[in-house]
Design a protein around this ligand. Structure first.
Ligand code: GMT
Length: 375
């Protein structure tokens, strides 16, 4: 089967899921064509079954905004025609589902067509998609898709609550390839902390929805009770809040390590004792699952789909969004109790294995087969 994957190339969760899915399909013999504005961050193009098509936007001084969505639709249309794709898979409704619908219309004019699968990832529904500027187009393009999937039950419920959806939505959860998170023998814990210190970690694109200021407040409270260090991985607009916090709390400068974007993330996750995710909104929480794959329990908010991934009292602890005190107290409780910490590290890994690629990939394949059958 020849599949066209439409996704963001950046470090966001939807692009990562799309890339990992496409690479796994290519390994199984599918021909996979990525259509994106740039080479997706984790894409390994050495597999001969993988193709990359860059969307080229022609700039013209007349335009205040360059018409990216038109260039995207045209590229989708051209790739389907050239490579005879069997199916399109849009990851994130905006603009991918909409652009794919337009490409399909162009194909139909020539008596051709291709089925479209749209996977809803999160903020395309819960944040951006609800804005009146986008809402009707998002609703329309979801309803025009041949198959719609969402990455959690919570996101499915939100989609049905906020939009008038006539399509059935199939939940196919995100996944992790545990093979990529194997035990790390050469990871040096001493690089980050002394033997008597615990390591807390946060990984995100530091957008307001991630509430990095709460990560810092949790650490501040924990540090008063438990000798510890905090590692922050990622880049984003709220890095400014981190700098501001350090200016206001200079005594913590040696305790907080900022690492920016990191490629072999699993090595550092393996060294960590607890992962902090106090997000305001999270349709799934792929970052939490990645932590669990590296045996790291999670202290999180209970936003959106997080409770489907992080299980209260088993793989970590959850509190109401914004309840910094509760998240700090849970962290202290966990870090002070070696037996509980060891148990939760094991439970976290067991949860990551439940979400292993080997379990989820066949569900995607079956969904593709059914989509083609019903088309
Ligand atoms: O994290 C990002 O920047 C991307 C963001 C998105 O909206 O694309 O991530 C969403 O998709 C991920 C993969 O399905 C989920 O694990 C994240 O929970 C979700 N983020 C939000 O809902 C805020």
């Amino acid at each position: 089967m020849k599949i066209g994957i439409l996704c963001y190339p950046t470090y966001g969760g939807s692009g990562i899921v799309a890339t990992e899915l496409g690479m796994s399909l290519a390994k199984k013999g599918y021909e996979v064509h990525f259509i994106s504005s740039n080479l997706p961050a984790r894409l390994d193009i050495t597999n001969p079954n993988i193709f990359f098509h860059k969307v080229n936007v022609q700039t013209y001084p007349l335009f205040q905004y360059q018409p990216y969505d038109i260039a995207l639709s045209s590229m989708i249309y051209r790739v389907v025609n050239l490579y005879k794709l069997d199916l399109l898979h849009a990851h994130y409704a905006i603009p991918y589902a909409y652009a794919a619908f337009t490409a399909k219309q162009m194909l139909k004019e020539e008596g051709k067509d291709v089925p479209l699968v749209t996977t809803l990832h999160g903020t395309d529904i819960t944040l951006v998609g609800q804005h009146p500027s986008y809402k009707h187009a998002v609703e329309f393009s979801i309803n025009q898709s041949d198959t719609v999937t969402s990455v959690s039950e919570s996101l499915k419920a939100d989609t049905l609550k906020f939009f008038n959806i006539v399509k059935d939505i199939k939940v196919i959860t995100n996944f992790i390839d545990n093979k990529d998170f194997k035990e790390c023998n050469d990871c040096q814990r001493s690089q980050f902390a002394n033997d008597d210190e615990k390591i807390l970690i946060h990984v995100s694109n530091l957008r307001p929805v991630k509430r990095v200021e709460e990560v810092l407040q949790i650490f501040k409270a924990v540090h008063k009770k438990v000798k510890s260090k905090l590692i922050i991985i990622g880049e984003g607009p709220d890095m400014e809040k981190v700098t501001q916090f350090l200016e206001e709390n200079p005594e913590l400068i040696d305790k907080i390590k900022l690492l920016g974007k990191v490629n072999d993330l699993y090595r550092i996750l393996h060294l960590s004792d607890v992962f902090l995710l106090p997000s305001e909104q999270e349709s799934f929480g792929l970052a939490a699952l990645e932590a669990m794959a590296a045996h790291t329990p999670v202290i999180s908010s209970n936003a959106g789909g997080i409770p489907e991934v992080n299980i209260q009292g088993e793989t970590g602890f959850l509190a109401e969004v914004g309840n910094v005190e509760a998240m700090a107290n849970y962290t202290i409780k966990l870090l002070r109790d070696e037996k509980l910490l060891e148990k939760m590290k094991k439970n976290a890994k067991a949860q990551a294995i439940r979400f292993d690629l080997q379990n989820i990939l066949p569900i995607y394949e079956e969904m593709y087969a059914n989509t083609l059958k019903d088309f």
